[in-house]
Ligand binder design. Structure first.
Ligand SMILES: Cc1cc2nc3c(=O)[nH]c(=O)nc-3n(C[C@H](O)[C@H](O)[C@H](O)COP(=O)(O)OP(=O)(O)OC[C@H]3O[C@@H](n4cnc5c(N)ncnc54)[C@H](O)[C@@H]3O)c2cc1C
Length: 477
């Protein structure tokens, strides 16, 4: 029998400090999901360690007592990765926020896992450097969460996802031992264990610290906002820009559904009949950025853009980014619940895929807007609905599954950046054959000795997971 709540709090309190162990119904309610609110499962308690040693002590206690535990950063994940699927202890890195070392000559820094993404760039802003992965949640999401999800962002198109910017991680393994994986010297020999850990969604251990690469700030950034009379015109332009030989730093799209929400919430100067926007950024040397943006503007105009605005200064650049940066918040005003899906398709299939998304939303009686990393073919349909209405949760789950199945049918992937979590754990088999799944299970079992670390995520291997899954959805209704 696992220990009762009061015993758990007392034992963990003696390992950390009592005020860093949270329990009770309000805490359980506050921590029962992440930003994917369809599935919910409450932890028994939440701990707030401040060091690798404290994380180690908590994990060892959980192993001794047979208590499941789940790592959690800011809880902005969009696939249910940070919910405590089988209850137990939620290990929050919220208090582990320090930037520990900055090595400017070697362009890298070491930080604790709970450091907020944007704070890493702020720490080295005066050195003309930044941490390139920039998920749109970067003002709150943590380094540990970014590593676990292998997060992308608007600038992934040019700069790559998180795994390309992590050099070394310190992790408390599932046996309670501290391991260091990777090395500050890039391109080390041996198997790429860092590549296995980054993107493993907290199922292989708890990352407590990491060394990450720093990227020089570009000499110049040019930003354009192109308005189109229909979504198809915008999606076809995405493929045309890349086919024309320019790889922008960012190439984001906002469709009519999102634009309506943005226009209702913020002033935005776009032509009256705009149905889709492309936000395009080119950077590098002054000459490179200017040449690339000129090519992009020409392509947009040839493809029939209603208008293309190019920012003249930083103030105008911020204005052009408004719709993209504030879009999700604006969508939140349309209905009590929004669910953001994440799939990938080849860029050339974007027009067909968007038409499919609109059809699925109609079929299931859901509102939808799309705001996404179009240059990567990384689609984010945002379904909005009232989850108090009978059947809406089932409808949004069914719609999401259809969208993902279509992405895979079109030669894409079940996730571009939000991970698999609990949301898509039973969809992986659409992408991978039995042999591939067996290999993934085998690799996981090498790390996962106790079966207690973040159970039921990505590759669920406990019998209890299916039963619990039904309960989570029930709780959401
Ligand atoms: C408005 C909004 C915009 C977003 N935009 C983007 C985007 O542009 N690109 C993108 O990729 N994602 C985006 N996301 C998704 C999310 O922000 C990212 O996945 C982010 O990296 C999660 O970080 P977090 O600290 O919130 O992690 P959490 O949500 O707390 O956890 C996410 C996963 O990481 C694991 N985890 C957390 N910390 C650790 C640790 N220290 N060690 C091991 N595992 C850990 C958890 O168990 C869980 O599986 C967005 C989310 C929102 C709400």
């Amino acid at each position: 029998m696992p220990p009762a709540e009061s015993e758990m709090v007392a034992a963990l309190g003696s390992l950390l400090a009592l005020d860093r162990v949270l329990a009770g119904s309000a805490v359980q309610r506050a921590y029962d999901c992440d930003a994917y609110t369809v599935d919910r499962s409450a932890p028994t308690c939440v701990v707030l360690p401040i060091s690798t040693e404290e994380v180690c002590a908590v994990v060892r206690w959980c192993i001794e007592q047979g208590v499941p535990y789940t790592p959690r950063g800011a809880g902005t994940g969009l696939s249910g990765g940070a919910l405590a699927a089988l209850g137990g202890v939620l290990v929050s890195t919220k208090r582990m926020t320090s930037v520990l070392e900055v090595d400017v000559p070697n362009r890298c820094l070491r930080a604790q896992a709970g450091a907020v993404n944007l704070h890493l760039s702020k720490a080295v802003a005066n050195d003309g450097l930044h941490f390139a992965p920039d998920p749109s949640s970067q003002t709150v999401s943590t380094l540990g969460g970014n590593i676990a999800e292998n997060s992308g962002g608007p600038h992934t198109l040019k700069y790559g996802v998180t795994v390309q910017h992590v050099l070394e991680v310190t992790m408390v393994g599932t046996d309670g031992e501290v391991v260091t994986i990777g090395n500050c010297v890039p391109g080390m020999p041996g198997l790429d264990l860092l590549g296995v850990v980054v993107g493993s969604e907290g199922t292989l251990g708890i990352v407590t610290e990491a060394w990450v690469k720093l990227t020089p700030n570009p000499e110049r950034v040019e930003t354009a906002l192109a308005s189109f009379g229909d979504a198809r015109g915008a999606t076809e332009t995405v493929a045309a820009i890349i086919a024309g030989g320019t790889i922008p730093a960012a190439l984001e799209m906002i469709d009519e559904g999102c634009l309506k929400a943005v226009l209702a919430a913020f002033p935005l100067d776009v032509p009256a009949d705009t149905k889709a926007l492309l936000l395009i950024e080119c950077d590098g040397s002054t000459e490179q950025a200017k040449t690339e943006i000129a090519n992009v503007v020409e392509t947009c105009e040839k493809q029939g853009a209603l208008r293309v605005d190019v920012a003249k200064d930083e103030r105008e650049r911020t204005k052009l980014w408004t719709a993209r940066k504030k879009g999700i918040g604006a969508m939140g005003r349309l209905a009590p619940t929004i669910v953001t899906h994440d799939g990938v398709i080849p860029r050339s299939k974007l027009p067909e895929m968007l038409d499919f998304v609109y059809e699925v939303a109609r079929e299931h009686g859901l509102g939808v807007g799309n705001m996404f990393h179009a240059g990567d073919g990384n689609l984010h349909p945002i379904f909005y609905f009232d989850d108090r209405q009978e059947g809406k949760i089932d409808a949004v789950v069914a719609a999401g599954e259809k969208v993902i199945a279509k992405c895979i049918e079109l030669g894409g992937s079940a996730s571009g950046e939000h991970g698999i979590g609990v949301e898509k754990s039973d969809l992986l088999k659409l992408m991978f054959g039995p042999e591939d799944m067996r290999l993934q299970r085998d690799v996981k079992s090498v790390f996962h000795t106790s079966g207690l670390c973040n159970p039921c995520k990505v590759i669920p291997d406990q019998k209890g997971c299916v039963e619990h899954m039904r309960r989570w959805r029930g709780a959401a209704n």
